[in-house]
Design a protein around this ligand. Sequence first.
Ligand code: FES
Length: 366
Amino acid sequence: MSTTPHNDHHREVATGRESDSAVAVQERFENPGLAPHKHRLGDSDPAAAKRSEAIVVALLTISIVASVAGIVLYVVLPLNAEMMSVRLSNLSLGLGLGIGALGIGIAAVHWAKSLMNDEEQIEERHSVASGAAERAEAQQILQRGADDSNIARRPLLKGALAGALALAPLPFVVPLVGNLGRDWDVDKFRHTIWGDTPEDADPSFFGETADGRVGRRLAIDPTGDPVQASAVTRGSVFHIVPQGMDAEEHYYEEKAKAVVILVRMDPGIITEAPERQDWSYDGIVAYSKICTHVGCPVALYEQTTHELLCPCHQSTFDMTDGAKVVFGPAKRPLPQLPIAVDTEGYLIATADFDEPIGASYWERLK
Ligand code: FES
């Protein structure tokens, strides 16, 4: 392709500007040069190189063991007893994932520092387009890199690296493929002690309505005192737990599921589904305090708008209309606790929640 004097002039001008700026940069910044090469023991001592290789293999083996152990514990830990076991199985998976990745990372650093060729090389810049010669050179460079890593001559290390890299992603995959045939006791999420009437329970914790419905009394958290319906004035808010639940064997797990917000409003402004007409008492409604987004406690009640706000991500629930979501990331209303008044005037729960409380999960159908 021919060039015109006009183009040449422009190129000269541009080249002149570039070289001017390059000179200016050189004047302002001193070229730090390359740090002198530090001789490593393994560069000249095969036994030291062997020791380094053994360390890298040990780290990769730790990674393999951690990945496998994490998955195995995730599968074998029993899940049908307590909520704590769910945490343990998740913890095991997380630790497997973390230690597996950490092992690979430390192994890679140690390998690079102790076994790979650490002679620094300078590559001059060249035009972006590469021809056949450059590609061949690149191929040679890659080959040299592979040779420098000594992987071809160290099959044990190669195998350990392949194993570690192959297994490390598995902890990510395991939760995605479901239950691995396990019988998860997801019913624990749809059951709270509001629905329990144990035979050995203190009868004073329970009340009976005039029409014969029996249920556990609502108690103020944290005093544990039962709540008289007459004490719940309009606009007031109560944080509620089942009465006598501090005697429960798994207090914290049960309390985390059973906490309730109780408010009283003008009965005339409440919209109730036909099947829930007897779930409230004279404007007093009770809803689960566990946000249906990711489970924070919803505790900010706006008295004038009758909205309940979750402080975590601002999901807002309309207490006059079945605690439906009016704003924020939550997708489901708060579960409602059916309540009534017993013959002594105390509020009782006439049944458990009719759906799981809290955030959604895979096995949840409702
Ligand atoms: S946990 Fe309530 S909005 Fe996210």
